[in-house]
Write a protein that binds this ligand. Structure first.
Ligand SMILES: Cc1cc2nc3c(=O)[nH]c(=O)nc-3n(C[C@H](O)[C@H](O)[C@H](O)COP(=O)(O)OP(=O)(O)OC[C@H]3O[C@@H](n4cnc5c(N)ncnc54)[C@H](O)[C@@H]3O)c2cc1C
Length: 311
């Protein structure tokens, strides 16, 4: 294993476990609120969990008030963060069309549009022909209608994490990579976390260990009910019609067929939310590996055939 980057302090007010996009964001936001005695411990490199392979799409649309608040806060923050922390990022605010194949789906869109109106999130109803205006390759014969999200887009998740990390460090937070948390005990109203570099005492611990959240939760005697699902996306070769365009296509989301489709360089990136998707590491004969940093499951393109046809 690589050597830990930096000396482990003996105390901190907060220790964040996990250096993916969530852990780095928590660290940044704590530091921004003035909690600068904070340390993030990452067992491998920053972004080595799910974050490194995320497609990085950033919608505002969602049917939950809390999630809409988080998502719209995030998309606004991402538009400013690079400049704020002096870490330029690839963030493409392309806008997105969302397709409705039925009246019921359109009703859902209208409901969310009205929620958005209460929260300053601009979502606009679109007719099939209006969508073709912004997305000329769209076949509209089976569409009932759709919706436009002007602030949807995609961000590079590794750059986003590094931007949070830089911002947090600049405000005094510490990040130690290659420093796994291996155990915990309670001592005099404090947590004592064990690592190969020694112990660190703290008031609060944030479990931001992503797909390993249950493993870390178990150290605290907690069951974190989460399971790892394989999610596949594919990227096509360059498509001449896209190369010929001078503007990036908006993201396209089809919740009925269940996929997102976006322009990636001069090709397309297709990501289906598979109806029969596979859970991993759920049985005793398929245990979670000790280390899955920067790794992928084997691809299974047959499972995607229906979605490729549909798209
Ligand atoms: C193919 C794919 C596409 C995706 N597309 C999108 C998308 O378009 N939009 C979107 O919003 N989301 C997307 N996601 C989901 C997104 O990637 C995750 O929700 C997000 O990255 C989770 O971040 P995290 O910080 O919670 O977890 P992770 O990135 O998994 O980070 C957890 C970190 O904790 C560390 N860790 C674990 N245990 C310990 C320990 N004991 N001690 C120290 N460190 C530890 C791990 O090494 C890891 O670095 C996608 C995911 C995948 C796989």
């Amino acid at each position: 294993m690589n050597k830990a980057t930096g000396k482990l302090p003996s105390t901190a007010r907060v220790v964040v476990i996990g250096g993916g996009s969530v852990g780095a964001s928590v660290l940044y936001h704590l530091a921004e609120k003035g909690w600068t005695d904070v340390v993030l411990l990452e067992k491998n490199e920053l972004t080595s969990g799910s974050t490194w392979h995320a497609a990085g799409n950033c919608p505002n649309f969602v049917g939950s008030w809390t999630m809409m608040k988080i998502q719209s806060y995030s998309t606004k923050l991402y538009r400013e963060l690079g400049e704020k922390v002096d870490y330029p990022m690839n963030y493409h605010v392309t806008g997105a069309i969302r397709l409705a194949h039925s009246r019921q789906r359109m009703e859902e869109f209208r409901h969310v549009e009205r929620m958005g109106r209460q929260m300053g999130v601009e979502l606009q109803e679109m007719s099939p022909s209006e969508m073709q205006g912004v997305y000329p390759f769209l076949e509209a014969h089976d569409l009932y209608g759709g919706q436009w999200d002007p602030f949807d887009g995609d961000i590079d998740p590794a750059q986003l994490t590094q931007a949070f990390a830089k911002g947090a460090r600049d405000m005094g937070a510490k990040i130690i990579r290659f420093c796994p948390v291996t155990g915990v005990r309670r001592d005099n109203d404090e947590w004592v976390l064990t690592t190969p570099q020694g112990d660190i005492r703290c008031e609060y611990v944030v479990n931001a260990s992503g797909y390993r959240a249950n493993e870390v939760g178990a150290m605290f005697g907690r069951n974190v009910p989460c399971v790892s699902l394989a999610h596949q996306y594919l990227i096509t070769e360059a498509i001449p019609e896209l190369t010929a365009r001078d503007k990036k296509l908006p993201l396209l989301r089809d919740p009925d067929s269940s996929y997102y489709l976006r322009q990636e360089k001069d090709g397309l990136l297709l990501g289906p939310y598979e109806k029969n998707c596979r859970a991993h590491w759920t049985t005793a004969d398929d245990p979670m590996p000790e280390d899955f940093s920067f790794q992928l499951y084997s691809d299974d393109l047959e499972r995607l055939e229906w979605y490729i046809e549909d798209a």
